[in-house]
Design a binder for this molecule. Structure first.
Ligand SMILES: [Fe+2]
Length: 308
């Protein structure tokens, strides 16, 4: 059996004629893994989902990882991470963007970037969809790398960038802060959400995908802090800041993006070593529930800055 596919806009494919309730043959599993590496994002529609099926499906792609935010994992299924808008936790995720109150908006990011060892990917399934908002965006950092001019590509080969974890969006240097105001209940420090104090992490500005070998631009706006020792590549500090601003603007170019509008029965898998993602958030009070499983990252893409 060969899976039928349809390209999505700019990154990823939709897999047609797939039924998660049927047993997966080894051949299908192999095809799914190959498509995941080739296209970065896989979308399945109209699936008869339940947590057991999601967990079994996710294991095709590798061992599953428990998320550091243990407070929000399901009691019955520790592999399942329940993301919810419209409930008690909203107030901690609420902020003002240009006068508009938004719950759960997240900038472009790579999951677990701040650990130096991002998970390999994740599967999201929709349990309850928002009538308004609640989109998940994916951005292809392999395509973003390819689109750079040769001079920039050559320069980036010798550059490392540092990421500094922060709970406060207004402390992040490269996100768009225009018109942003944190909500009164926004967490102030990692321990407010039971996170440890993550040290800085460092990545090559051009990452090589451990499996596909694709070159991936290692620049993502969330937590991005600085070029490490810019003088080593002949850049002043000011020039290195301008370079990161230019690269972040490049990753924001819609030609690399696909925004998924959720319907009940949707399932989306992405490769976290290649695609950045974001969420648009929802207006206050809008209900939205997503179940998430996470595929472990056995390769280390970055390193942590502790004792240098
Ligand atoms: Fe994420």
């Amino acid at each position: 059996m060969s899976l039928n596919i349809k390209p999505l806009k700019n990154i990823g494919i939709e897999i047609l004629d797939f039924d998660i309730s049927q047993p997966f043959t080894d051949e299908v599993k192999e095809q799914l893994r190959a498509l995941w590496y080739e296209y970065g994002v896989l979308v399945f529609r109209n699936q008869d989902m339940n947590p057991e099926r999601q967990i079994e499906f996710s294991r095709i792609f590798g061992p599953l990882e428990l998320h550091p935010l243990k407070a929000t994992t399901s009691d019955k299924y520790p592999e399942l991470f329940e993301l919810e808008n419209g409930g008690d936790k909203d107030k901690h995720m609420t902020a003002l963007y240009k006068g508009e109150t938004v719950v759960g908006r997240l900038d472009w990011h790579i999951d677990l970037h701040y650990t130096g060892k991002p998970n390999h990917g994740a599967v999201l399934t929709s349990v309850e969809v928002a009538g308004e908002g609640g989109l998940t965006g994916f951005g292809d950092l392999a395509k973003a790398y390819e689109a750079l001019d040769d001079e920039t590509k050559a320069l980036l080969e010798n550059i490392e960038v540092a990421y500094a974890f922060s709970m406060q969006r207004r402390n992040m240097r490269y996100v768009d802060l225009e018109g942003y105001e944190p909500g009164p209940y926004s967490p102030k420090k990692p321990s407010d959400v039971r996170f440890p104090n993550f040290p800085e992490s460092v990545y090559p500005a051009v990452m090589t995908h451990p499996i596909s070998g694709m070159k991936v631009l290692g620049i993502v706006e969330q937590f991005l802090d600085r070029v490490v020792t810019p003088h080593k590549v002949g850049l002043s500090n000011d020039e290195s800041i301008d370079l990161l601003k230019r690269l972040v603007a490049h990753t924001r170019d819609p030609q690399f993006h696909y925004f998924h509008q959720w319907q009940v029965g949707d399932m989306v898998l992405w490769d976290n070593w290649r695609a950045m993602h974001c969420t648009t958030g929802t207006p206050p009070g809008v209900r939205r529930r997503i179940n998430r499983t996470t595929i472990e990252g056995k390769h280390t893409l970055g390193r942590i800055l502790l004792d240098e």
